[in-house]
Structure formats: C-alpha cells, structure tokens
Design a protein. Structure first.
Length: 272
C-alpha cells in the first residue's frame, strides 16, 4: 500500500473510494494541482495552468457519469504574481468552465510561496458510474491512446517544448462515450495515476485481478495524467460498446479480462 492509499484508509466513510462522492443525485469531487508537484510555471502559461486544473477536476465528474454544474476555486498565489498573470489564470478558469456549462460560484484566495490550486466540482447524476461492479470474466478497456502524457512530461524535464496539441496540456474528455454507454458499463474511472496504478484501485475494490490479452509496455501502463476512461463490462456488451465508441469517435481498446488472480502494480508514482 502506498502512502496515499494508507492515508485514505484512515477515514471511515462509505462515500470514499470513487472519483467523486455521491449523495443523492449530487456528485462532489475535488483535486489539487500544485506547482512543482503537477507542473512548473516555466512549462505552461498561466492560462494553460488554470485550464488544466479545471479539466482534471471535470474529468472526475465525467468519469462518474455526472454533469458538472458548479465550481469552487481555492488559489494560493505567490506574492510576486502580476496582475496580468492573475487575469490569465482567471480567463483559463472561466473559459474552461463555460465550455462545460459550469458556473464558478466562489472559493478562496491566499498568499503563498508558489502557485497551488484546488477545485471542488459539484455535479448531478441519476445513474453514477462507480469503480465497484467488476465481476469475474468481465472485459477491461480504456479509451484513447496511452503513453503520450508521460513522454511529454519527460520532454519537459529535459528542457524540451511541447506541441500545442500535446496531451499534457490539451486534455480530451470522453463525456459523449460515457453518457451513451452508461447502461452497458459495470465499472469506470478516469486514468489519472496511470493504467496499472488505476487498475490497482479496481482490483482492491472488486477483490479481483486481471489476465492481460497481451503485454503492455511500461511507457504505456505507467503513464499518468492521461484522463482517458478505464471501464469494465460484461463480454455480452462488447459489440454494442464498440459501436457506441465508434459513434462518438472514441478509440476503444479492450486489453484484459478480470479473473481470480493476484494483481501487483509495478509502476512508480508518476509525479516528480
């Protein structure tokens, strides 16, 4: 058990354990986006920082099959931040929220030695998609192509530059696929910590392991911050899900079958 999982295990609540907490039809999610942990200001513009911070939080709502409606922002800013940089941050938050039908309704700002952001998203869902629900013999799939985010992070560490459409900065969420496939999906979550690390969470919740259909390279399996969907489903729904993925132009990759075997995640934490 890693330190994050150990800390979470200290809290006794049945609402903890998914991408968001569900209370009635309300869905609440919160993620942090901290300088020198998730990003460096020399890598991204202040607009990009705010936009990505918002997108990774919206991703949790989408993963739960929830419609995000409101956002609360907490922004800790260095004392030497300029007014133009503040305007960039505000525009990044506001533009991204507007694109997804979200209203920013408040939050908090404080002085800090660096730029740290946390966002709470309030969403609604009549049929949330949970991590639990995987049974023996179910198929596992992920959307999109994995591995580019880790590759781009390494490029930044090596003082390189990213393409304007790099996955590290331009996150593509799969809301259409989730919305139209929900009744066929048994389990789901977004891939934020890497495929193998997030499979570890599914394994823990469902008390099952996985038999992989082919070997997955570490560059793919250990790439964090992909924000694609990881889903499980009954094999009888395979053809229908492939059709729905095609209709929403979502790459759909079936890679494993759940089984009563031990699962071990061999990926290291991807944050630096």
């Amino acid at each position: 058990m890693n330190l994050e999982n150990y800390f979470i295990s200290q809290f006794n609540s049945s609402l903890i354990g998914d991408d968001a907490a569900v209370i009635g039809e309300h869905v609440y999610s919160k993620d942090a986006f901290f300088e020198n942990v998730h990003f460096k200001t020399k890598w991204l513009s202040y607009y990009q920082i705010a936009a990505k911070a918002m997108m990774i939080n919206i991703s949790d709502a989408i993963a739960m099959n929830a419609q995000p409606k409101y956002a609360l922002l907490s922004v800790a800013m260095p004392k030497d931040i300029s007014k133009s940089q503040m305007r960039e941050l505000a525009s990044g938050f506001e533009d991204t929220a507007f694109k997804h039908g979200i209203e920013i309704i408040g939050g908090d700002t404080i002085s800090n030695i660096k730029l740290d952001i946390t966002i709470t998203i309030i969403s609604y869902s009549k049929r949330p998609l949970y991590r639990s629900g995987v049974r023996h013999g179910y198929l596992l799939a992920h959307t999109g192509d994995l591995g580019r985010s880790k590759k781009d992070l390494q490029r930044l560490k090596n003082l390189g530059h990213l393409h304007t459409k790099s996955k590290f900065t331009s996150i593509k969420l799969r809301e259409d696929f989730v919305k139209h496939s929900r009744r066929l999906l048994s389990s789901g979550m977004d891939i934020s910590d890497g495929l193998f690390s997030d499979l570890d969470k599914l394994s823990s919740v469902n008390k099952l392991g996985f038999k992989f259909h082919k070997k997955i390279p570490n560059a793919v399996s250990c790439s964090g911050e992909e924000y694609e969907m990881l889903v499980a489903f009954d094999k009888r729904n395979k053809k229908a899900l492939i059709r729905r993925a095609a209709l929403s132009r979502t790459p759909f990759n079936i890679f494993a079958t759940s089984a009563r075997v031990r699962y071990t995640n061999r990926c290291k934490a991807h944050h630096f």
